[in-house]
Design a protein around this ligand. Sequence first.
Ligand SMILES: [Zn+2]
Ligand SMILES: [Zn+2]
Length: 390
Amino acid sequence: MSDAKDSIVQAVDRLGDELEALSRRIHDHPELGYQEKQAAGWLTEFLGAKGFKVETGVGGVETAFRATIDTGEGPTIAIMCEYDALPGIGHACGHNVIAASGAGAGAALAVARGVLPKGRVQVIGTPAEEGGGGKCRLIKAGVFKDVDAAIMIHGFDRTILHQDLLGIVRGTFEFTGKASHASADPWEGVNALDAVIATFNAVSMMRQQVRPDCRIHGIITNGGAAANIIPEYASAVFYVRAPRIDMMWDLYKRVEACAQGAAKATGCTLEATQNSDNVYEPLKRNQTLLDLFAVNMKTAGLEEGPPVLDRLGSSDVGNVSQVIPCIQPMVGIAPLGTAIHTREFEAAAVKPLARAGLLAAAKTMALTTFDLLADPARVRAAKEEFARSR
Ligand SMILES: [Zn+2]
Ligand SMILES: [Zn+2]
C-alpha cells in the first residue's frame, strides 16, 4: 500500500472513537425521513470541523447537505450518507452506521488532504430513504449532475460486494361508489370495498403469470365506515417491484388494470395515483467500481459472506445508479442471521461489531475514492461501462 493510502487508513483509525460516538448519537435520536434535523446538523458540524465546505438544504431539501473538498481540476467523487430512521423501531436499518462511515471516509480524506490527488470529494447527505425518496428529489434538483461516480455502503448481517435491488412503484387506488343502508336498501348502493377486494383477487390470480423475482404487495387503507353502510369509499395501496425498469412499469400497468377491471365490475369510479417522488429504480451494477472496492475491502479487513439470492429490497440509491456510476456494497455490522428492519438489528447497530464494520467501510470508501481521484482513467472506464450496460 502506498504511503498516501496508509495515511488514510490511519486517519480512520484515529477518528474511530469520534465516529462511533457520532453513530451512537444518531442511533439514540431516531428521526423519520425529512425530519432528520439533528442528524444532518451533527454530520455537517463534524465535516465542517474537518475542513469541508458545507452546504445545507441542497436541492431544496431541508435535511439534505453537501460537504465538499476541492483540490483542483479532476474527477468529482461522491460518498453518500443516509440518516433517516424507521417509525416505531428506530435505526433498525442501521442508517446511523451509513452516516458515520460516509462522514468518516470523507473526514479521513480531509485529514490526508496534503496527499490527495486533484479533484473533488463530496459527502452528500441524502434524507428519507425509507420511502420518502430523498435521492429522487436530489437527482431532480441536479445535485448529482456534476458527480462522476458515487459510493455508499449499507449495513447488513454480512458483507456482500453487490446485492441487487428491485425497482419499486407505489400506487394508491381509491374507489368511489354509493352509500346505502346495508340491510334496508343494499341494492341502492355501489360497494367500493368490493372493488378493493376484487382488485386483490385479480392481482392474486395474476401472480401465476408474474416472474418469480417480482413482488406485488398491498394493504387496504380504507375499507368503509360501518358494517351497516354499503361502503361509498374504499382504498388500497400497492407496491410493485421488479428487477428491471421496463419490467417494473409493465407490471405496474397490469396491477393498475386489475383495479380498473374491479371498478368496472362493481360500478365504482377509480382514482389511481402513482407518486412519482418515490419510484425507486433497480440498482445498476458497475463492475469497474466494484472491482476497485473489492481490492480496498481486503485492505480494510472485510471479507465477503455467503450470498443472499432471493431476499431482495429496494432503495433510492438505485435511482442514483441509473444516472451515474454508483455502488452500494453491503457491510457486515450485525451477527449473521440478523435481519434488517427488526429490533435485533436496531440493537446491533451500536455494538462493537457495528463499530468494526463502520470503520472498515469508511476505510474502503476513502481508499476507493482516493484510487478514483488518482487515476481518472478508472472513472472514464466506470462511465463507459455505465453507458453500455442497462
Ligand atoms: Zn430500510
Ligand atoms: Zn436502509
